[in-house]
Design a protein around this ligand. Structure first.
Ligand code: TXA
Ligand code: MG
Length: 350
């Protein structure tokens, strides 16, 4: 199978991809967070092809993407008051709500469960595509299972060329970090995945929002309880990611430096993920250590936007070790640390 890439701004491109989806095809499309791999939510065979193309376990349900709240009655049984408040404040945007599902939603979408995840992406191409299809799009992130979520059409093609029917190219996604997932079917409402919308922003409207302590090590399914073995490292296949955490960034940088020297002396090639504030501390580490800036510590949105892209590119570079600095777990920092810890083979606390 050849996978055509349609520039989203070419006249007729959105309608063409909507036609592919109408015929049971599967296609990647941009959202404000990351690229999604969409199928008509009411076509179980098409949804099955999404699971197959990603190599995704069938027990992990998909998010339904809506053009707006007017699509909710098609997919959810009721909209509780808390959902109304959050929708009013944060849709369209990077917030996914888990609600009681409506009868018509195919079982494969929800992995057989009675709840369904819904969100309304804030991206004109995604909205136009869902409108043209006239139905919700069931879509996980458009990566092979275990790789970082893609933020460009090129990254989608790296993982899925030949496995999917089309890519709608809307350029790089703005946020680069997946949506926050909140379960409103339980009491108190509970965060199932940290993401682009901060817990602080949610708690302003939902003060009793619960964030389980082990959230950082889980992915709503396939999680290790506290005290059990660490979860299988994700995202970084060929290299070992070592994450150095600590409240004092100068001490973190000293430990990162010490380790970079040690790994290089042992014959490893090292990629060191630095920030604008710390990169100067690493400039003289020699040819075995490549220093890559992921943004500035005072601009965590920039770090979030660069993180997955950087992990992909250093992995491509064929290093043995990726050394990463930790970030304060406030605002977007919580989601950034969640993703870094999931990718890490080793976490060092300074
Ligand atoms: O930003 C995003 O959320 C992106 C874009 C494409 O919308 N999508 C995304 O989808 O990251 P995915 O499939 O990679 O992650 C969906 C998350 C998973 O953690 C999944 O377990 C959870 O949402 N989820 C989906 N349906 C659920 C349900 N019915 N109950 C609980 N969790 C659910
Ligand atoms: Mg994903």
């Amino acid at each position: 199978m050849r996978t055509p890439v349609f520039p989203a701004d070419r006249p007729g491109a959105v309608e063409q991809v909507a036609g592919i989806l109408q015929d049971g095809g599967i296609a990647a499309f941009p959202t404000e967070t990351v690229y999604g791999l969409g199928a008509d939510a009411f076509n179980p065979e098409a949804v099955a092809r999404v699971f197959a193309a990603k190599g995704r376990p069938s027990g992990k349900p998909l998010i339904l993407h809506l053009s707006g709240p007017e699509m909710l009655p098609q997919v959810v049984a009721d909209v509780p008051a808390a959902a109304r408040v959050l929708i009013e404040a944060f849709w369209p945007g990077p917030l996914t709500l888990v609600l009681k599902k409506a009868g018509g939603v195919p079982a494969i979408v929800t992995a057989g469960g009675v709840s369904v995840a819904v969100r309304c992406p804030a991206h004109p191409v995604a909205t136009a595509l869902i409108r043209a299809l006239g139905r919700p799009l069931a879509a996980p992130s458009a990566n092979r299972s275990g790789s970082p979520s893609p933020t460009t059409a090129g990254e989608v093609m790296e993982d899925l060329a030949g496995l999917i029917d089309a890519v709608l190219d809307g350029g790089p996604t703005g946020i680069g970090m997946e949506s926050t997932v909140v379960d409103l079917t339980v009491s108190p409402p509970t965060v199932l995945r940290l993401g682009a919308l901060s817990v602080e922003a949610l708690r302003r409207l939902l003060p009793d929002l619960r964030v389980p302590a082990d959230r950082r090590e889980s992915d709503a399914g396939g999680e290790a309880a506290p005290g059990q073995a660490a979860p299988t490292p994700r995202y970084v296949s060929g290299a070992r990611l070592v994450l150095v955490e600590g409240a004092d960034i100068e001490r973190v940088a000293v430990e990162v430096r010490r380790r970079a020297e040690r790994y290089a002396a042992g014959g490893s090639r090292v990629a060191l993920l630095a920030t604008a504030e710390t990169a100067g501390a690493y400039h003289d580490l020699g040819p075995a250590v490549t220093v890559v800036e992921v943004g500035a510590r005072r601009d965590l949105a920039g770090v979030a936007a660069a993180l997955f892209r950087t992990l992909r590119s250093v992995e491509r570079g064929g290093v043995q070790i990726i050394l990463a600095e930790g970030f304060p777990e406030e605002g977007l920092g919580a989601a950034i640390m969640d993703r870094l810890r999931r990718a890490a083979g080793e976490v060092v606390r300074t």
